[in-house]
Design a protein around this ligand. Structure first.
Ligand code: AP5
Length: 214
């Protein structure tokens, strides 16, 4: 049983670690950004509501996110644990999560804060490429595919996320600093927070997390 949260700025490597942790522990990732992007690409009412906020690098309103996560956490595959990636992102979301979990008699086990300086975040976001078909994440220099621009797993042409352009990425980092960074103190107070140096390599971070989770 593991109820894990990954906290960190845009580009800090949450998604990259989430993929590895969820595979190892056999738990689902609940990544609110991915859920919104899927809804956006399918043109659902939720996707349409989130579109403008996401494209501007702003946060989607709390009530939409909280309802979405509450629904997702009621699904049977979360029974043996889950990994939260990109949620919560505001104090209001964290308080809503506390309420939701205590109502179910559950609690988080660990909160990993992946700390990365801004210049590194900007470089990672600028170089990120994603597979539109399977979601695998690459970096043009740090984690390139075998053949430039093509997904190793399914041969799809890699794309750049719309909100990864320089101006939107800057705004996302500002929004993170204003609205999400305060969660580091919030979770420090619970005793659950584990700080990781996010400039370590992907494998090194994965090993550190696995050592802690056992
Ligand atoms: P979301 O999809 O959650 O984006 P994000 O938090 O901005 O995070 P990113 O996906 O940009 O980065 P990441 O930390 O996952 O890094 P990655 O592993 O890809 O949210 C998008 C939008 O949705 C938000 O702006 C908002 O509008 C909305 N939203 C989502 N959740 C919400 C919420 N709860 N409330 C309100 N709105 C919400 O890695 C980045 C790059 O670095 C990759 O190229 C990777 O290859 C490379 N890399 C990763 N780790 C390392 C490493 N250790 N060393 C070297 N390179 C690395």
């Amino acid at each position: 049983m593991a109820r894990i949260m990954l906290l960190g700025a845009p580009g800090s490597g949450k998604g990259t670690q989430a993929e590895r942790i969820t595979q190892r522990y056999g738990i689902p990732a609940i990544a609110t950004g991915d859920i919104f992007r899927k809804n956006l690409s399918e043109g659902t009412p939720l996707g349409l509501k989130a579109k403008g906020y996401m494209e501007a690098g702003e946060l989607v309103p709390d009530e939409l996110v909280i309802d979405l996560v509450a629904d997702r956490l009621s699904e049977p595959d979360t029974k043996n644990g889950y990994l939260l990636d990109g949620f919560p992102r505001t104090i209001a979301q964290a308080e809503a999560l506390d309420k939701l979990l205590s109502g179910k008699g559950e609690a988080l086990d660990k909160v990993f804060f992946i700390d990365v300086p801004k210049d590194v975040l900007i470089d990672r976001i600028a170089g990120r490429r994603v597979c539109p078909s399977c979601g695998r994440v690459y970096h043009v220099t740090g984690m390139p595919p075998k053949q430039a621009g093509v997904c190793d797993d399914d041969g799809a042409e890699l794309i750049q996320r719309k909100d990864d352009d320089a101006a939107t990425a800057e705004n996302r980092i500002d929004v993170y600093n204003e609205q999400t960074k305060p969660l580091v103190e919030y979770y420090k107070k619970t005793g659950l927070l584990i700080e990781l140096d996010g400039t370590a390599g992907v494998d090194s971070l994965e090993n550190q997390i696995e050592e802690i989770l056992g």
